[in-house]
Design a binder for this molecule. Structure first.
Ligand SMILES: [Zn+2]
Length: 430
C-alpha cells in the first residue's frame, strides 16, 4: 500500500511536467504579428517591402530584432560578420549551444516570408520558453544571418568559408559586401574570430518556406529536408558558320542556334529520363551575329544541373555531353563545354536530426514528407560545422522571391511548433 502511494505521488509529480512539455506550443497570432511588423521595415508606397542587405531598412530591422531579443533577457550582439547572435543560457555549462535561425534580408522585389518565417519563429520559440520558464541544458542560440540573399555571406563566415574575394561585390544598394558588413556592425578584418569549428555547435536548425509548390500540391503541412542540392554551372559554346540566310540552302548550313535548340531539348530529356529529383536547366542563351537575315554562327548558352548527389550531377552531365556530341556530328556545329567556378557541393542534413524532426511532427499529428531543397540556405554552410536539420512549410502556389510570396499563419505556426519540439527533444538527447 505504501509503495502504491509513493508511486501515485511520483506520477502526480511528473504528470504536470510531461503535460507542460506536451502542451507547449507557439502563439500563432504573435508569430503572425511579428511577420507583419517585420514587413514594415522597408515598406513602400505600393504596400510592398524592399529590404536588400545593407539598406537602411535592413539596419532598422536588425535593431528591432535586437530590441525584441533583449526584451526577453537574451544576451545579444552583432558578430564581426554582421550576424545577430542571441544566447539564452543553459543549465549545463559544459554543453555547446543548440542554434537556430534564418535571415531577414530580402532579394529586390521579394516577399515577406523567405527567411522571415524562420527568423520570427526563432524569436517565438524563445518567447514561449521564456513565458513558461522552461530551462534547457544547452544554451539556445538564435542566429539571424547577414546578407543571405547576397551569397549566404553571414553563414559562410561562421563556417569559415567566406573568401575575401567576395568583399568588392556590390549589391543593389551600391554598397559592397565589405562595406555592408561594416555598416551592419561587423568588422571585415576580424572575420577569423567569427569562424567556428566542428563541435562548437551541438546542432543547427532552420525553419524556412519551401519556395516550391510540392507541399501545397500534396496537401502536406511540413517538409523534412534531406539535404540542400549541390549545383554546377557551365557555359556551352556552339560554333557553326554565319552565312547568308537567303542564299544558303537548308542542307548546307551549320546553324549554331538550331544545334543549341536541339541541345536544350536534349538537356530536358536527359534530366527527365530517369527516376530522381535531379534538375537541369538552360536559362540563358545568346546568338551571334543576331540578325534576322544571317544564319547564327555562334551561340553561347548556360547549363545548370542540381541534385542532392554529386554523382548524379556528374551522371546527368555525362549523358548531356553524349547527346551534345551526337548533335554536333549531325549538324556540323562544334559544341564545347566550359565548367564555371559557380559550384556548390550538396549539403546533407543530419539523419538523427531528421528523425527527431519526424518525431516532433508525429507528436503534433501533422502530415509531412521528406524532400530535397532545391534552393540554397544558410543551413548548407552550418552543415559543414554542425549536425544540421531543416524544416519546410508550404509556399502558396510555390511562389517565392516575389511580393506574391505567402504562407498562412497556421502553416507558419505548425513549422514553429515542429522547431520548438525538435529543439526540446535535441536538448534531451544530445
Ligand atoms: Zn531564404
Amino acid at each position: 500500500m505504501k509503495n502504491y502511494k509513493s508511486l501515485l505521488f511520483i506520477v502526480l509529480l511528473i504528470n504536470p511536467i510531461i503535460g507542460l512539455y506536451a502542451q507547449l506550443t507557439v502563439n500563432q497570432d504573435r508569430l503572425e504579428k511579428r511577420i507583419t511588423e517585420l514587413a514594415q521595415f522597408g515598406i513602400q508606397e505600393n504596400g510592398e517591402t524592399e529590404r536588400v542587405a545593407f539598406s537602411d531598412a535592413d539596419l532598422a530591422a536588425q535593431k528591432w530584432v535586437i530590441s525584441e531579443l533583449k526584451e526577453m533577457g537574451i544576451e545579444t550582439h552583432i558578430d564581426f560578420a554582421g550576424n545577430i547572435i542571441g544566447i539564452r543560457k543553459g543549465t549545463n555549462a559544459s554543453k555547446k549551444p543548440i542554434s537556430f535561425g534564418s535571415h531577414i534580408d530580402r532579394v529586390p522585389h521579394g516577399g515577406n516570408y523567405d527567411g522571415c518565417v524562420g527568423s520570427m519563429a526563432a524569436l517565438e520559440v524563445l518567447k514561449v520558453l521564456d513565458e513558461n520558464n522552461v530551462k534547457t541544458k544547452h544554451p539556445l542560440e538564435i542566429i539571424i544571418f547577414s546578407n543571405e540573399e547576397g551569397g549566404v555571406v553571414g553563414s559562410r563566415a561562421i563556417a569559415g568559408q567566406l573568401n575575401k574575394t567576395a568583399f568588392p561585390v556590390k549589391n543593389s544598394t551600391g554598397y559592397t559586401i565589405g562595406e555592408g558588413m561594416m555598416r551592419l556592425g561587423g568588422d571585415t578584418t576580424r572575420l577569423a574570430d567569427v569562424a567556428r569549428k566542428k563541435g562548437d555547435v551541438a546542432a543547427f536548425l532552420e525553419l524556412h518556406i519551401e519556395q516550391g509548390g510540392i507541399l501545397e500540391k500534396e496537401n502536406l503541412a511540413i517538409g523534412i529536408v534531406e539535404g540542400i542540392v549541390g549545383l554546377k554551372w557551365w557555359n556551352v559554346e556552339f560554333n557553326g558558320f554565319a552565312n547568308h540566310a537567303g542564299t544558303t540552302p537548308m542542307n548546307a548550313r551549320q546553324d549554331a542556334l538550331l544545334a543549341a535548340a536541339k541541345f536544350i531539348i536534349a538537356v530536358n530529356e536527359v534530366a527527365t529520363s530517369f527516376e530522381g529529383a535531379q534538375v537541369a536547366t538552360v536559362g540563358r542563351i545568346s546568338a551571334e551575329p543576331g540578325a534576322p537575315n544571317v544564319i547564327p554562327g555562334k551561340v553561347v548558352s548556360s547549363l545548370e544541373i542540381r541534385d542532392l548527389s554529386s554523382e548524379v550531377i556528374e551522371k546527368v552531365y555525362q549523358e548531356i555531353e553524349k547527346r551534345a556530341l551526337a548533335i554536333s556530328k549531325a549538324s556540323g556545329v562544334e559544341i564545347k563545354f566550359y565548367a564555371l567556378d559557380t559550384t556548390a557541393d550538396p549539403a546533407i542534413m543530419d539523419s538523427t536530426i531528421q528523425k527527431e524532426i519526424e518525431k516532433s511532427i508525429n507528436s503534433l499529428g501533422l502530415s509531412y514528407k521528406s524532400m530535397p531543397s532545391g534552393a540554397g540556405h544558410d543551413a548548407q554552410d552550418m552543415a559543414l560545422i554542425a549536425p544540421t536539420g531543416m524544416i519546410f512549410v508550404p509556399s502558396k502556389g510555390g511562389i517565392s522571391h516575389s511580393p506574391k510570396e505567402f504562407t498562412s499563419a497556421s502553416d507558419m505556426a505548425n513549422g514553429a511548433n515542429v522547431l520548438l519540439k525538435t529543439i526540446l527533444a535535441l536538448d534531451k538527447s544530445l
